[in-house]
Design a protein around this ligand. Structure first.
Ligand code: SF4
Length: 282
Protein backbone atom coordinates (compact mmCIF):
# COMPACT_ATOMS: atom_id res chain seq x y z
CA UNK A 1 0.00 0.00 0.00
CA UNK A 2 1.68 3.24 1.09
CA UNK A 3 4.53 4.14 -1.26
CA UNK A 4 5.01 0.72 -2.83
CA UNK A 5 4.25 2.14 -6.26
CA UNK A 6 7.27 4.38 -5.92
CA UNK A 7 9.45 1.29 -6.42
CA UNK A 8 8.19 0.74 -9.92
CA UNK A 9 9.50 1.79 -13.23
CA UNK A 10 7.27 3.67 -15.68
CA UNK A 11 3.99 2.11 -16.68
CA UNK A 12 1.93 3.02 -19.71
CA UNK A 13 -1.27 3.25 -17.65
CA UNK A 14 -2.58 6.81 -17.37
CA UNK A 15 -1.17 8.53 -14.29
CA UNK A 16 -4.63 9.03 -12.80
CA UNK A 17 -5.14 5.24 -12.80
CA UNK A 18 -2.01 4.56 -10.75
CA UNK A 19 -1.78 5.06 -7.02
CA UNK A 20 -0.02 8.31 -6.08
CA UNK A 21 0.57 7.83 -2.37
CA UNK A 22 2.01 11.34 -1.98
CA UNK A 23 -1.39 12.82 -2.90
CA UNK A 24 -3.45 10.49 -0.71
CA UNK A 25 -4.33 10.60 2.97
CA UNK A 26 -3.34 6.96 3.54
CA UNK A 27 -6.85 5.79 2.70
CA UNK A 28 -6.01 2.18 1.84
CA UNK A 29 -4.19 1.86 5.17
CA UNK A 30 -7.31 2.98 7.05
CA UNK A 31 -10.41 2.15 5.01
CA UNK A 32 -9.70 -1.51 4.32
CA UNK A 33 -9.93 -4.40 6.79
CA UNK A 34 -7.13 -6.97 7.16
CA UNK A 35 -7.43 -10.55 8.28
CA UNK A 36 -4.33 -12.00 9.93
CA UNK A 37 -2.86 -14.32 7.31
CA UNK A 38 0.22 -14.93 5.18
CA UNK A 39 -0.41 -11.46 3.69
CA UNK A 40 -0.98 -9.45 6.88
CA UNK A 41 0.65 -9.91 10.25
CA UNK A 42 -2.33 -8.50 12.17
CA UNK A 43 -6.11 -8.18 12.11
CA UNK A 44 -7.48 -4.71 11.43
CA UNK A 45 -11.05 -3.43 11.13
CA UNK A 46 -12.23 -1.28 8.21
CA UNK A 47 -12.01 2.41 9.11
CA UNK A 48 -9.26 1.91 11.70
CA UNK A 49 -5.80 3.31 10.89
CA UNK A 50 -3.08 0.67 10.62
CA UNK A 51 -0.72 0.90 13.59
CA UNK A 52 2.17 1.36 11.15
CA UNK A 53 0.65 4.41 9.45
CA UNK A 54 2.51 7.56 10.47
CA UNK A 55 0.83 10.93 10.98
CA UNK A 56 2.32 12.15 7.68
CA UNK A 57 0.37 9.31 5.96
CA UNK A 58 3.51 7.34 5.15
CA UNK A 59 4.14 3.75 6.13
CA UNK A 60 6.52 3.40 9.06
CA UNK A 61 7.76 0.00 7.87
CA UNK A 62 7.72 0.58 4.11
CA UNK A 63 11.25 -0.72 3.54
CA UNK A 64 10.62 -4.00 5.39
CA UNK A 65 6.98 -4.79 4.66
CA UNK A 66 7.63 -8.30 3.34
CA UNK A 67 10.02 -9.23 6.12
CA UNK A 68 7.49 -7.98 8.71
CA UNK A 69 4.63 -10.08 7.31
CA UNK A 70 2.81 -7.37 5.34
CA UNK A 71 3.36 -8.66 1.79
CA UNK A 72 -0.32 -7.89 1.08
CA UNK A 73 0.57 -4.20 1.25
CA UNK A 74 3.25 -4.55 -1.43
CA UNK A 75 0.73 -6.19 -3.78
CA UNK A 76 -2.08 -3.67 -3.47
CA UNK A 77 -2.82 -0.82 -5.87
CA UNK A 78 -5.76 1.57 -5.61
CA UNK A 79 -5.78 2.42 -9.36
CA UNK A 80 -5.59 6.08 -8.38
CA UNK A 81 -8.73 6.03 -6.23
CA UNK A 82 -6.85 7.28 -3.17
CA UNK A 83 -5.70 10.55 -4.68
CA UNK A 84 -9.10 11.18 -6.27
CA UNK A 85 -11.00 10.70 -3.01
CA UNK A 86 -8.44 12.72 -1.05
CA UNK A 87 -7.88 15.60 -3.47
CA UNK A 88 -11.06 15.79 -5.55
CA UNK A 89 -14.02 14.17 -3.80
CA UNK A 90 -13.04 15.69 -0.46
CA UNK A 91 -11.17 18.70 -1.83
CA UNK A 92 -7.77 18.00 -0.30
CA UNK A 93 -9.02 18.27 3.30
CA UNK A 94 -7.37 15.65 5.53
CA UNK A 95 -9.45 13.30 7.66
CA UNK A 96 -6.98 13.73 10.51
CA UNK A 97 -8.01 16.50 12.86
CA UNK A 98 -11.46 16.76 11.29
CA UNK A 99 -14.86 15.59 12.48
CA UNK A 100 -15.21 11.78 12.57
CA UNK A 101 -17.93 11.89 9.92
CA UNK A 102 -15.50 13.35 7.38
CA UNK A 103 -13.14 10.43 7.87
CA UNK A 104 -16.00 7.93 7.77
CA UNK A 105 -17.23 9.51 4.53
CA UNK A 106 -13.80 9.13 2.93
CA UNK A 107 -13.35 5.57 4.11
CA UNK A 108 -16.82 4.59 2.88
CA UNK A 109 -16.45 5.96 -0.65
CA UNK A 110 -12.83 4.88 -1.16
CA UNK A 111 -13.71 1.21 -2.00
CA UNK A 112 -16.46 2.44 -4.37
CA UNK A 113 -14.10 4.72 -6.26
CA UNK A 114 -11.46 2.00 -6.28
CA UNK A 115 -13.88 -0.32 -8.09
CA UNK A 116 -14.77 2.42 -10.58
CA UNK A 117 -11.08 3.13 -11.22
CA UNK A 118 -10.43 -0.56 -11.81
CA UNK A 119 -13.20 -0.48 -14.44
CA UNK A 120 -11.60 2.63 -15.95
CA UNK A 121 -8.35 0.66 -16.19
CA UNK A 122 -10.03 -2.18 -18.13
CA UNK A 123 -11.97 0.16 -20.41
CA UNK A 124 -8.86 2.21 -21.12
CA UNK A 125 -6.96 -0.94 -22.01
CA UNK A 126 -9.83 -2.24 -24.18
CA UNK A 127 -9.56 0.94 -26.26
CA UNK A 128 -5.93 0.11 -27.02
CA UNK A 129 -6.80 -3.34 -28.44
CA UNK A 130 -7.09 -3.18 -32.24
CA UNK A 131 -9.40 -6.22 -32.42
CA UNK A 132 -11.91 -4.38 -30.23
CA UNK A 133 -12.30 -1.58 -32.77
CA UNK A 134 -15.95 -2.46 -33.57
CA UNK A 135 -16.73 -1.76 -29.91
CA UNK A 136 -14.75 1.45 -29.54
CA UNK A 137 -17.81 3.73 -29.62
CA UNK A 138 -19.51 1.70 -26.87
CA UNK A 139 -16.27 1.51 -24.90
CA UNK A 140 -15.75 5.26 -25.09
CA UNK A 141 -19.33 5.91 -23.97
CA UNK A 142 -18.98 3.51 -21.04
CA UNK A 143 -15.62 5.00 -20.12
CA UNK A 144 -17.22 8.45 -20.00
CA UNK A 145 -20.12 7.13 -17.88
CA UNK A 146 -17.71 5.49 -15.46
CA UNK A 147 -15.57 8.61 -15.24
CA UNK A 148 -18.71 10.68 -14.51
CA UNK A 149 -19.71 8.29 -11.72
CA UNK A 150 -16.22 8.33 -10.22
CA UNK A 151 -16.40 12.14 -10.12
CA UNK A 152 -19.59 12.13 -8.05
CA UNK A 153 -20.08 13.84 -4.71
CA UNK A 154 -19.53 11.85 -1.51
CA UNK A 155 -23.28 11.38 -1.21
CA UNK A 156 -23.67 10.23 -4.81
CA UNK A 157 -20.79 7.77 -4.45
CA UNK A 158 -22.14 6.38 -1.18
CA UNK A 159 -25.52 5.76 -2.81
CA UNK A 160 -24.14 4.27 -6.02
CA UNK A 161 -24.99 0.67 -6.92
CA UNK A 162 -21.46 -0.06 -8.07
CA UNK A 163 -22.15 -3.78 -8.52
CA UNK A 164 -24.86 -3.00 -11.09
CA UNK A 165 -22.49 -0.70 -12.98
CA UNK A 166 -19.80 -3.38 -12.88
CA UNK A 167 -22.21 -5.82 -14.47
CA UNK A 168 -23.00 -3.42 -17.30
CA UNK A 169 -19.31 -2.83 -17.96
CA UNK A 170 -18.60 -6.53 -17.76
CA UNK A 171 -20.96 -7.27 -20.65
CA UNK A 172 -18.86 -4.98 -22.82
CA UNK A 173 -15.58 -6.39 -21.56
CA UNK A 174 -16.81 -9.91 -22.36
CA UNK A 175 -17.57 -8.88 -25.94
CA UNK A 176 -14.14 -7.27 -26.12
CA UNK A 177 -12.55 -10.47 -24.90
CA UNK A 178 -14.31 -12.57 -27.52
CA UNK A 179 -13.13 -10.29 -30.31
CA UNK A 180 -9.55 -10.19 -29.07
CA UNK A 181 -9.24 -13.92 -28.39
CA UNK A 182 -10.79 -14.82 -31.73
CA UNK A 183 -7.56 -13.62 -33.30
CA UNK A 184 -5.32 -15.77 -31.11
CA UNK A 185 -3.81 -18.91 -32.52
CA UNK A 186 -4.58 -22.39 -31.17
CA UNK A 187 -7.53 -23.90 -29.33
CA UNK A 188 -8.32 -20.95 -27.03
CA UNK A 189 -9.17 -23.01 -23.97
CA UNK A 190 -12.08 -22.01 -21.76
CA UNK A 191 -10.97 -22.00 -18.12
CA UNK A 192 -13.38 -19.33 -16.90
CA UNK A 193 -13.72 -19.44 -13.09
CA UNK A 194 -11.85 -22.77 -13.13
CA UNK A 195 -10.39 -24.09 -9.90
CA UNK A 196 -6.73 -24.42 -10.84
CA UNK A 197 -5.26 -23.90 -7.37
CA UNK A 198 -1.86 -25.53 -7.21
CA UNK A 199 -2.35 -26.96 -10.70
CA UNK A 200 0.67 -28.26 -12.58
CA UNK A 201 0.54 -26.16 -15.73
CA UNK A 202 4.27 -26.08 -16.46
CA UNK A 203 4.71 -25.35 -20.17
CA UNK A 204 0.92 -25.41 -20.74
CA UNK A 205 -0.51 -23.99 -23.95
CA UNK A 206 -2.95 -21.37 -22.68
CA UNK A 207 -2.56 -18.96 -25.59
CA UNK A 208 -5.80 -17.05 -26.13
CA UNK A 209 -7.41 -18.86 -23.19
CA UNK A 210 -10.35 -17.50 -21.26
CA UNK A 211 -9.01 -17.44 -17.71
CA UNK A 212 -11.54 -14.95 -16.36
CA UNK A 213 -11.87 -15.38 -12.62
CA UNK A 214 -9.78 -18.57 -12.64
CA UNK A 215 -8.31 -19.61 -9.30
CA UNK A 216 -4.63 -19.98 -10.12
CA UNK A 217 -3.35 -19.62 -6.57
CA UNK A 218 0.08 -21.29 -6.33
CA UNK A 219 -0.36 -22.86 -9.78
CA UNK A 220 2.88 -23.78 -11.51
CA UNK A 221 2.78 -21.85 -14.79
CA UNK A 222 6.53 -22.05 -15.37
CA UNK A 223 7.18 -21.61 -19.09
CA UNK A 224 3.45 -21.55 -19.88
CA UNK A 225 2.20 -19.86 -23.02
CA UNK A 226 -0.34 -17.27 -21.90
CA UNK A 227 -0.07 -15.05 -24.94
CA UNK A 228 -3.30 -13.22 -25.69
CA UNK A 229 -5.11 -14.78 -22.71
CA UNK A 230 -7.91 -12.95 -20.89
CA UNK A 231 -6.85 -12.81 -17.24
CA UNK A 232 -9.50 -10.52 -15.81
CA UNK A 233 -10.04 -11.31 -12.15
CA UNK A 234 -7.78 -14.39 -12.24
CA UNK A 235 -6.31 -15.04 -8.80
CA UNK A 236 -2.58 -15.30 -9.36
CA UNK A 237 -1.42 -15.22 -5.75
CA UNK A 238 1.84 -17.14 -5.54
CA UNK A 239 1.35 -18.48 -9.07
CA UNK A 240 4.75 -19.33 -10.56
CA UNK A 241 5.27 -17.35 -13.77
CA UNK A 242 8.98 -17.92 -14.24
CA UNK A 243 9.73 -18.00 -18.00
CA UNK A 244 5.98 -17.78 -18.79
CA UNK A 245 5.01 -15.73 -21.82
CA UNK A 246 2.19 -13.26 -21.14
CA UNK A 247 2.82 -11.12 -24.21
CA UNK A 248 -0.50 -9.64 -25.31
CA UNK A 249 -2.37 -11.06 -22.30
CA UNK A 250 -5.06 -8.56 -21.43
CA UNK A 251 -7.17 -7.32 -18.54
CA UNK A 252 -4.22 -8.18 -16.32
CA UNK A 253 -3.67 -5.67 -13.54
CA UNK A 254 -0.60 -4.67 -11.57
CA UNK A 255 -1.92 -6.11 -8.27
CA UNK A 256 -2.37 -9.51 -9.98
CA UNK A 257 1.20 -9.43 -11.26
CA UNK A 258 2.53 -8.20 -7.92
CA UNK A 259 0.89 -11.16 -6.18
CA UNK A 260 2.47 -13.74 -8.51
CA UNK A 261 6.02 -15.05 -8.62
CA UNK A 262 8.21 -14.44 -11.61
CA UNK A 263 11.67 -13.59 -12.78
CA UNK A 264 13.73 -11.99 -15.50
CA UNK A 265 12.51 -14.59 -18.03
CA UNK A 266 8.82 -13.79 -17.51
CA UNK A 267 7.44 -11.91 -20.49
CA UNK A 268 4.76 -9.41 -19.48
CA UNK A 269 2.30 -7.34 -21.52
CA UNK A 270 3.11 -3.64 -21.89
CA UNK A 271 0.21 -2.70 -19.61
CA UNK A 272 2.03 -3.77 -16.43
CA UNK A 273 5.52 -3.46 -15.00
CA UNK A 274 7.85 -6.07 -13.56
CA UNK A 275 7.53 -6.12 -9.76
CA UNK A 276 10.71 -5.10 -7.98
CA UNK A 277 10.46 -8.05 -5.57
CA UNK A 278 10.76 -10.51 -8.52
CA UNK A 279 14.40 -9.51 -8.77
CA UNK A 280 14.94 -8.85 -5.08
CA UNK A 281 14.40 -12.39 -3.89
CA UNK A 282 10.79 -11.80 -2.78
S1 SF4 B 1 1.79 -1.80 7.01
FE1 SF4 B 1 2.22 0.17 6.04
S2 SF4 B 1 1.46 -0.05 3.90
FE2 SF4 B 1 0.54 -1.70 5.13
S3 SF4 B 1 -1.44 -0.86 5.81
FE3 SF4 B 1 0.04 -0.45 7.44
S4 SF4 B 1 0.79 1.64 7.01
FE4 SF4 B 1 -0.21 0.87 5.13
Amino acid sequence: MREHTADRTDTPAPAELRGDCGSCFGLCCVALPFARSADFAVDKDAGTPCANLRTDHRCGIHATLRERGFSGCTVYDCFGAGQRVSQVTFGGVDWRGGPPERGRGMFDVFPVVRQLHELLWYLTEALTLPAARPLHADLRRTLADTERLAGGTPGELAALDVAAHRQRVNVLLLRTSELVRAGARGRKKNRRNADLMGARLRGADLAGADLRGAYLIAADLTGADLRGADLIGADLRDAELTDADLTGAFFLTQPQVNAARGGPGTRLPDSVTRPVHWTAGG
